[in-house]
Design a binder for this molecule. Structure first.
Ligand code: ZN
Length: 260
């Protein structure tokens, strides 16, 4: 909350409505200034006033914060992060440039003859490995897993990725950022809404935190598109794994050992 209030104080100061300290403390000065913002409903709870101000400020700066309704959602979160970046660095965040991700061509292209030659038949050549940190099963968080079943040819690489993730983020951040929310690996099924077999059928794809990275969501909604996950993606990409989110801006939950 403190960071949100800081952003709001900064926005109010820019409007000439606030002369107090940018300290993230919601005092009477901050409240008085908020109530003077055109369009602000004085009867709203303070939390919603703060959210409303962030939405107004974001819109004025050209970020799409969705409806100005004082309700915090993924769109507001996205706009808020853009505002934080702008206030911190004095410029807008670099746009998304998927072409700057250099494919390593370590893994064969999905559905290509090379893919079938390399990985063989669906649902074969599987191995169950013990992963470096415990996973929570995303569709039923009461269940935990320390083992993942995947293709033998990706097992070593997968473990290396997850070890790096654990070393970089540590157990607490892994929990906070939901990097342990596991949505599945091997699953012999067709692609969602498609007629081709999913790379999950070979055990060369994994899903993480599906609830906050839904199939059709783009980078303005998907949790994994936020900068705090840059290291997470670096770990995968250093091993040549491909994020559909990073490359195609959909299915941000999904990462695979296959080019697209
Ligand atoms: Zn997937």
């Amino acid at each position: 909350m403190k960071e949100k209030i800081k952003v709001v104080q900064q926005l109010l100061a820019e409007k000439g409505l606030y002369r107090g300290a940018i300290d993230g403390i919601f005092g009477p000065e901050t409240l008085k200034s908020l109530n003077r913002v055109p369009g602000m409903s004085v009867n709203l709870p303070n939390v919603r006033k703060v959210t409303t101000m962030i939405q107004i400020g974001a819109r004025e700066k050209g970020f799409n914060s969705g409806a100005i309704d004082g309700m915090w959602g993924p769109q507001t979160q996205y706009a808020f992060e853009e505002l934080v970046y702008l206030q911190k660095y004095g410029k807008v965040r670099e746009p998304w440039r998927p072409e700057e991700i250099n494919p390593m061509n370590r893994w064969p292209r999905q559905n290509s003859p090379a893919f079938h030659e390399f990985y063989g038949l669906r649902a074969k050549n599987l191995v169950t490995v013990t992963v470096p940190y415990e996973m929570k099963i995303a569709w039923d968080m009461r269940y935990r897993a320390k083992k993942i079943t995947c293709h033998t040819k990706v097992a070593e690489s997968l473990l290396l990725v997850l070890e790096n993730v654990r070393n970089i983020y540590g157990e607490n951040e892994i929990e906070r950022l939901a990097l342990n929310r596991f949505g599945g690996c091997f699953n012999n099924r067709l692609m969602r809404g498609g007629t081709q077999w999913s790379t999950h059928s070979w055990g060369v794809a994994l899903d993480f935190d599906p609830a906050r990275n839904q199939l059709t969501w783009g980078r303005n909604q998907a949790a994994f598109a936020h900068p705090v996950y840059n290291d997470w993606w670096r770990c995968w990409e250093e091993e040549g794994w491909v994020s559909l989110g990073r490359r195609k801006n959909y299915d941000w939950m999904h990462v695979q050992a296959a080019e697209v």
